[in-house]
Design a protein around this ligand. Structure first.
Ligand SMILES: NC(=O)C1=CN([C@@H]2O[C@H](COP(=O)(O)OP(=O)(O)OC[C@H]3O[C@@H](n4cnc5c(N)ncnc54)[C@H](OP(=O)(O)O)[C@@H]3O)[C@@H](O)[C@H]2O)C=CC1
Ligand SMILES: O=C(O)C1=N[C@H](C(=O)O)C[C@H](O)C1
Length: 259
C-alpha cells in the first residue's frame, strides 16, 4: 500500500487522480492540496471529486506523512512545491528550461517522475516515432495536437515529447528544427518539424505525427478518451517513485520497471 497526496486536487486532473486513488485498493489517499485561499480549502476530497464522502479535507499544505506527491498544477506552483522535498510524480506541462532545471536539482535528493503524458500508449509510441523518423529520413514531419478549451500551455508537453522522439531519430535537436504554426510567406525548409496546436470544446487530448513522403503518407495517432488513463498512469508512477532512489525518472522508466 502506498500513500499519495494529490496537489492541484480541485483541478481537472487532480479530481481524476483523487477518484482513482480512492478506488484503488493499493493506494491510500493521504491528502489533497488546493490553491491557498481557494474556496475548496476544507472541502471533503471525496465529495470534490464526485466519489462520495471520504472524510479527508482539502488543505493548503500536504499533511504529515504525505507519501508521494502527485502534482497536476501550473509550472510556477510545481516549482514552489519542490521545497517540500518529497518523492513526487509531476504531470504539469509547460515548464520553462529554468523550471525544468529546478526539478532536476530537486531530484538529486528525492525520486521524481516527470512525465508530460502518463498514458501507456503515448509513451510506447515514442519508440515508433523515433524509428519512423530515422528510417523515413527524407519525409516531412508535422505534429498536430488538439486539447480542450481550458488548456493553458501550447504546444502540449506531449507534442514536444513526440517532437524530441522524432529529432532523436534523426540526430537533431528539436530546438533547431521546430516551427510553431505557420503564417505569411513561410515555405517549408528541409528537415523542419511543424508543430500545431488546436484548442476547443472538451477534447481530452489528441496527438498526430505525420510523415509526408513523395508517394506516401504515414500517420501515428493517439487519442486519450478519458483523463482516467492519465490518472492511472500517475498512480503507477507513484508506486514506482515510492520505491525508487533519488533521481529524475520518465514514464518510460516507470513502464519498463516490474510491477
Ligand atoms: N502528464 C499528463 O499525463 C497530463 C498532464 N496534464 C497537465 O497537468 C496540468 C494541470 O492540468 P488540468 O488539471 O487540466 O488543469 P486545471 O487548471 O484544471 O487544474 C490545475 C489546478 O491546480 C490548482 N493550483 C494552482 N496553483 C496551485 C497551488 N499553488 N497549490 C495547489 N493547487 C494549485 C488550480 O487551482 P485554481 O483553479 O484555484 O487556480 C487548479 O485547480 C497542466 O499542466 C496539464 O497540461 C494534464 C493532463 C494529463
Ligand atoms: O492539459 C491537458 O489536458 C493535457 N496535457 C498534457 C500535455 O500537455 O501533453 C497531456 C495530455 O495530452 C492532456
Amino acid at each position: 500500500m502506498i500513500r499519495v497526496t494529490v496537489v492541484g486536487a480541485a483541478g481537472r486532473m487532480g479530481r481524476e487522480v483523487c477518484r482513482a486513488a480512492l478506488e484503488d485498493p493499493g493506494v491510500e489517499l493521504a491528502g489533497g492540496v488546493v490553491e491557498p485561499g481557494s474556496p475548496d480549502v476544507g472541502a471533503d476530497l471525496g465529495e470534490l471529486c464526485g466519489a462520495g464522502r471520504a472524510g479527508l479535507a482539502a488543505s493548503e499544505e500536504p499533511p504529515e506523512d504525505a507519501g508521494v506527491l502527485v502534482e497536476f498544477t501550473t509550472p510556477e506552483a510545481t516549482v514552489e512545491h519542490l521545497s517540500y522535498r518529497l518523492p513526487a510524480v509531476i504531470g504539469t506541462t509547460g515548464l520553462s528550461e529554468e523550471q525544468r532545471a529546478r526539478v532536476e536539482e530537486a531530484a538529486r535528493s528525492v525520486p521524481i517522475v516527470l512525465a508530460p503524458n502518463m498514458s501507456a500508449g503515448v509513451n510506447l509510441l515514442l519508440g515508433a516515432v523515433r524509428e519512423l523518423a530515422e528510417k523515413l529520413a527524407g519525409y516531412d514531419v508535422e505534429i498536430v495536437e488538439a486539447h480542450h478549451r481550458g488548456k493553458r500551455d501550447a504546444p502540449s508537453g506531449t507534442a514536444l515529447l513526440l517532437g524530441r522522439a522524432a529529432t532523436s531519430g534523426r540526430g537533431q535537436r528539436l530546438e533547431d528544427v521546430a516551427v510553431y504554426g505557420r503564417e505569411g510567406v513561410s515555405p517549408r525548409r528541409e528537415g523542419e518539424i511543424g508543430i500545431h496546436a488546436l484548442r476547443g470544446g472538451a477534447v481530452v487530448g489528441e496527438h498526430r505525427v505525420i510523415f509526408y513522403g513523395a508517394g506516401e503518407e504515414v500517420e501515428v495517432v493517439h487519442r486519450a478518451l478519458s483523463r482516467r488513463t492519465f490518472a492511472e498512469g500517475a498512480l503507477r508512477a507513484a508506486r514506482f517513485a515510492a520505491a525508487a532512489k533519488p533521481g529524475l525518472y520518465t514514464m518510460q522508466d516507470v513502464l519498463s520497471a516490474r510491477g
